[in-house]
Ligand binder design. Structure first.
Ligand SMILES: [Zn+2]
Length: 177
């Protein structure tokens, strides 16, 4: 067996070799206490330190590399990647008759309020001293009128739902899987 190399003080990759540890009977070679650039203490063997592969570290280097890689993947995710993903979602919804004529059936059938809604009624908002009723369908917004009374705006909105939403719901609802 060759005389053990003294690695004390060497800087190998991210590791600085501090000292040789007493040989344990069950260990193959000598073990070394190292300090890693990240601040961790790390114990490793002569053969690991001598092996010419990768950058030696306590493990943080590989982790950091993976983190950088995944960050890069996210950064490299182009608009195209997102478009493909969103197209897939739309196709699935279309297949289920959830997305019809560019409108989500569940969204027009539901009475759920948007988080920014202050009037407590969908499509009704107080603006410049008036209650304004609007309705959006197939990506287009329709103005339903401005009123002094909130109730009037609510009625206008309900009429709008009858006019714009109901035909679409009736047309497709029973075709849903
Ligand atoms: Zn480290």
């Amino acid at each position: 067996m060759p005389k053990a190399l003294d690695l004390t003080g060497l800087k190998i990759g991210c590791l600085k070799v501090v000292k040789r540890l007493p040989k344990r009977t069950d260990s193959m070679g000598h073990e070394w206490l190292c300090y890693c650039e990240c601040g961790n203490q790390y114990i490793t063997t002569t053969s690991h330190l001598n092996r010419k592969c990768g950058v030696k570290s306590c493990g943080c280097y590989v982790k950091e590399l993976a983190r950088k890689q995944s960050k890069k993947n996210i950064e490299n995710a182009t608009e195209e990647t997102y478009l493909i993903a969103s197209k897939k979602i739309k196709e699935t919804m279309k297949k289920n008759n959830e997305l019809v004529e560019n409108t989500r059936l569940s969204s027009i059938s539901s009475k759920k309020l948007r988080s920014d809604n202050k009037s407590g009624h969908r499509g009704v908002a107080f603006k410049d001293g008036k209650w304004v009723a609007r309705i959006s369908i197939s990506g287009k917004e329709h103005y339903l009128g401005s009123f002094d009374q909130k109730e009037e705006a609510i009625v206008a909105r309900e009429k709008g739902e009858e006019l714009y939403f109901k035909p679409l719901i009736d047309k497709y609802k029973n075709k849903q899987n």
